[in-house]
Every structure is written in structure tokens, then in C-alpha cells.
Design a protein around this ligand. Structure first.
Ligand SMILES: Cc1cc2nc3c(=O)[nH]c(=O)nc-3n(C[C@H](O)[C@H](O)[C@H](O)COP(=O)(O)O)c2cc1C
Length: 166
């Protein structure tokens, strides 16, 4: 049985709530859902599957706490881990929608982790996102500001997808 850890960076609680919904659908206990502002990067060593989530702030920047956390994680060797990414944003910030997810992806590339959890942005309306890597969206993007009505279903579909990819 693979052990799953969820790590989130959230300023106003939106990504935290998505993290908790993911935990519910994946059957991950609350003790394995970590606020990165209170967690050391080496905590990722306890898990086989790592789900990292953050929001996007400023001019398309990764959420502050996650920036610090990723600075630590990015120097680890995670070749034996599987990673999936998720993030929250607002599609009206159309040129930087959920950029934080793409920034986490790039930060984690040197760790040699295996990435899973690419997803669609069907029904969303934005111009560009740094989470688009060569035409693939490298994680679950959630806009709870403009599309709260579809968020739960998208989270459910994504968790079903990553379960098959783990
Ligand atoms: C000042 C400010 C800047 C923001 N910048 C972006 C952005 O560049 N891209 C984006 O997708 N969302 C942006 N957002 C929206 C937040 O990412 C969104 O509200 C998110 O749900 C917050 O999640 P959190 O509470 O987990 O931090 C911004 C919001 C504010 C208030």
C-alpha cells in the first residue's frame, strides 16, 4: 500500500480546502495533510506519493509558504517518489492563471520524481498558464472564484485519475 502525503500552501484557505477534499476522496488521514508553513521539507521522505498544492499570488507567483518549502524540497533526491500537483487561481488573471502549479513543476524537475496527474482545463477561460508544459497541463487547476460549482466534480475526477496512475 503506497503512503500518500498532501502538502499545501494556502493564504486565504482555498487551497487548504481543496487539499482536504482531495484527502477525502483519496482516503488520506488528516495527519497526512500538511500545511507547508508549519512543515519541514524533509517530511516528504515519509511518503511514496506526494501531492503538492498551492495558489498563485502577486504577478503570477507561487504562494509564499510554498516558495520556501519548494526551495527546500527542490534539493532532495526524490527518484523513488511519485508526485502530483494541484493549485488554485482566478482565471480572470488570464495571463498567469494558476502559474504556481507550473512553478512547482519546474522546481521539482531536478528531484527526478515521477510526475502523474496531468488534467484538463475544460470549461475554464484564460489565456496562458505556466502549468502548460508543451501543451500538457501538469496538474489539477481549480478556480473557486469563478467556477465553484464544478470544482468538486473536477477534484473527484482528478483523484480517480491519479489513483490509476500511482
Ligand atoms: C493580489 C492577488 C493576486 C492574485 N494573482 C493571481 C494570479 O496571478 N493568478 C491566478 O490564477 N490567481 C491569482 N489570484 C487569485 C488567488 O490565487 C485565488 O484567490 C486563490 O483561490 C487563493 O487561494 P489560497 O486561499 O489557497 O491562497 C490572486 C489574488 C489576489 C488577491
Amino acid at each position: 500500500m503506497k503512503k500518500i502525503g498532501i502538502f499545501f500552501g494556502s493564504t486565504t484557505g482555498t487551497t487548504e480546502s481543496v487539499a482536504n477534499t482531495i484527502a477525502k476522496y483519496m482516503g488520506v488521514p488528516a495527519a497526512d495533510v500538511h500545511d507547508v508553513s508549519k512543515t519541514a521539507p524533509d517530511a516528504v521522505g515519509d511518503y511514496d506519493v506526494l501531492l503538492f498544492g498551492c495558489s498563485t499570488w502577486g504577478d503570477g507567483d507561487m504562494q509564499d509558504d510554498m516558495q520556501d518549502f519548494m526551495d527546500g524540497v527542490s534539493s532532495l533526491e526524490l527518484g523513488d517518489k511519485t508526485v502530483a500537483l494541484f493549485g488554485c487561481g482566478d482565471e480572470t488573471m488570464s495571463d498567469t492563471f494558476c502559474n504556481g502549479v507550473g512553478e512547482m513543476y519546474r522546481k521539482l524537475l531536478p528531484t527526478h520524481a515521477r510526475f502523474i496527474g496531468e488534467f484538463n482545463t475544460d470549461g475554464y477561460d484564460y489565456s496562458t498558464t505556466a502549468a502548460d508544459v508543451d501543451g500538457r497541463i501538469v496538474g489539477l487547476l481549480i478556480d473557486n472564484v469563478n467556477h465553484e460549482d464544478t470544482a468538486d466534480e473536477r477534484i473527484k475526477q482528478w483523484t480517480e485519475k491519479i489513483r490509476t496512475e500511482m
